[in-house]
Design a protein around this ligand. Structure first.
Ligand code: NAI
Length: 439
């Protein structure tokens, strides 16, 4: 489904006329196509400021293809990790205040900080905490230009992982990620150097791969070199076959709630050499307010979105999940913020955030990273069924004033599936355009 206001905004005259009468149209987002490039910031200019983390940001951004250019930059990276107290925050203001209005459309701001718990003084702790509100507000101010701002908190020892995160957050791969804090952990081992096709030779399972976010994710993982096992229900076989043919993947027709599903999935993966990437994407809604909800509606959502994932994971963990694997769990901003009529769905999606935290701890000794992805409003068949007025509200209530595309979530999942995200485990990435609802 496409967004009619974004389409209208492509017409410069319509954009100008409506802008003059106070109806700004959403900025069309620039999105990346094809596999990861070595230098994704070619033709972009950057400003880098601060050195508290001891990183040579200028060299890092140059290596991504960008050139230093203080006027109208595409990218601003601000290392505020040593900011302390009011004076430290004043530096933040002084650095961005003269530049923010010159940031190019579809621009990117990333602020680097330290986790509050690693602060060395009260002043340091409060300034680092302040970055959160600051970056979220900047993100909300930038949205109408299609630009984003995100915060990366870097634990001591995680400094080398920053480059992987920047490859995502500073490029067109993160078009629908804004106002988000990510924490890079210092206890997850060395940061690998980026190489093209980071999933080359890896086996990836994607559930619900026939359409929507699952199909888009399958395409992206395959483009990065993965051998994908595409799973969906028998009644989606035609669509599943089409995606599988396109990417040269293997299909498994299977309802994940079936009694024999965990064993069949584990066996197939074992035959393929074990899973290096697992994306638990299949999910459903059965919306009704709690008092009116039927037992069947409650139970089905619980079984598909939670029970099946626990059982499938249990079967896989026993022998067909490789050490060093990455697991991505599909949550939802509804699981974070709650939503009337979605108690069943929101409960299962909040459970995914908890499962990511829990499994990250349990599987760390095997070098397995786990992360949840919480999409906001994404244009898929799931959201097409929402009544028009509600749908239009949900679509616009974010900093970018538009819905995301399956491709945007697929980019987030792909980032988390690769070594670019090797400093991340046990958290949740929202792909929601900086939704105004929820944390
Ligand atoms: P979709 O409805 O377009 O696709 C879901 C796929 O899962 C379908 O191909 C379906 O056949 C498959 N599936 C459903 N039940 C299954 C079962 N029992 N066994 C095997 N396959 C099954 O959904 P969409 O929008 O692509 O969502 C994907 C995930 O992202 C879901 O977990 C959803 O909750 C989550 N999400 C989606 C959002 C959106 O705005 N579209 C927002 C937040 C989260």
């Amino acid at each position: 489904m496409s967004d009619y206001l974004v389409n209208l905004g492509r017409n410069g005259a319509a954009r100008n006329v409506l802008g003059r009468i106070g109806v700004p149209l959403p900025q069309e987002l620039r999105r990346a196509e094809g596999p990861y490039e070595e230098t994704p910031l070619t033709d972009r200019t950057f400003v880098a400021h601060g050195a508290g983390l001891g990183l040579d940001l200028g060299a890092a951004l140059t290596a991504l293809g960008a050139t230093a250019g203080p006027d109208g930059p595409d990218v601003i990276v601000l290392d505020a990790s040593d900011a302390e107290g009011v004076d430290g925050l004043r530096t933040l203001y002084e650095t961005l205040h003269p530049r923010i209005r010159t940031l190019a459309r579809n621009g990117r701001i990333v602020v680097l900080g330290r986790p509050e718990k690693d602060a060395i003084s009260v002043g340091h702790a409060v300034a680092q905490a302040a970055l959160d509100g600051f970056v979220r507000s900047v993100a909300k101010e930038l949205g109408r230009k299609g630009s984003t701002a995100n915060l990366v908190r870097v634990a001591p020892g995680a400094e080398a992982h920053v480059l992987g995160a920047l490859r995502f957050l500073l490029t067109d791969r993160s078009a629908y990620v804004s106002g988000q804090p990510l924490t890079l952990r210092g206890d997850l081992g060395a940061a690998p150097v980026f190489a093209p096709q980071p999933l080359h030779g890896k086996v990836a399972l994607v559930t619900g791969a026939a359409r929507g976010i699952g199909a888009a994710t399958t395409r992206r993982l395959a483009a990065e070199g993965a051998k994908v096992l595409l799973l969906d229900r028998e009644d989606a076989s035609e669509a599943l076959d089409a995606v599988a043919t396109e990417v040269g993947g293997t299909v498994l027709y299977c309802d994940i709630t079936a009694a024999d599903a965990p064993e069949r999935i584990a066996r197939t993966l074992a035959e393929m050499g074990g899973a290096d990437v697992v994306v638990h994407n299949a999910g459903i809604t059965r919306d009704r307010t709690l008092g009116r909800m039927s037992d069947a509606e409650w139970d089905l959502v619980m079984q598909v979105n939670l029970g099946a994932i626990l059982r499938v994971h249990g079967a896989m963990a026993a022998g067909s999940l490789n050490d060093g694997a990455r697991i991505v769990l599909l949550s939802s901003t509804v699981g974070i913020a709650g939503n009337p009529g979605q108690t069943n769905y929101a409960a299962t999606k909040a459970a995914m955030v908890g499962l990511s935290r829990r499994l990250a701890g349990d599987l760390a000794p095997r070098g397995i990273g786990v992360y949840a992805v919480a999409p906001g409003f994404i244009e898929t068949r799931m959201t097409e069924t929402i009544p028009f007025a509600t749908r239009e509200g949900a679509r616009r209530l974010n900093s970018l004033s538009q819905g995301g595309l399956p491709q945007d979530v697929a980019e987030g999942i792909t980032f988390l599936s690769t070594s670019l995200a090797s400093g991340l485990s046990g958290g949740v990435l929202r792909v929601c355009g900086g939704s105004l609802i929820g944390a």
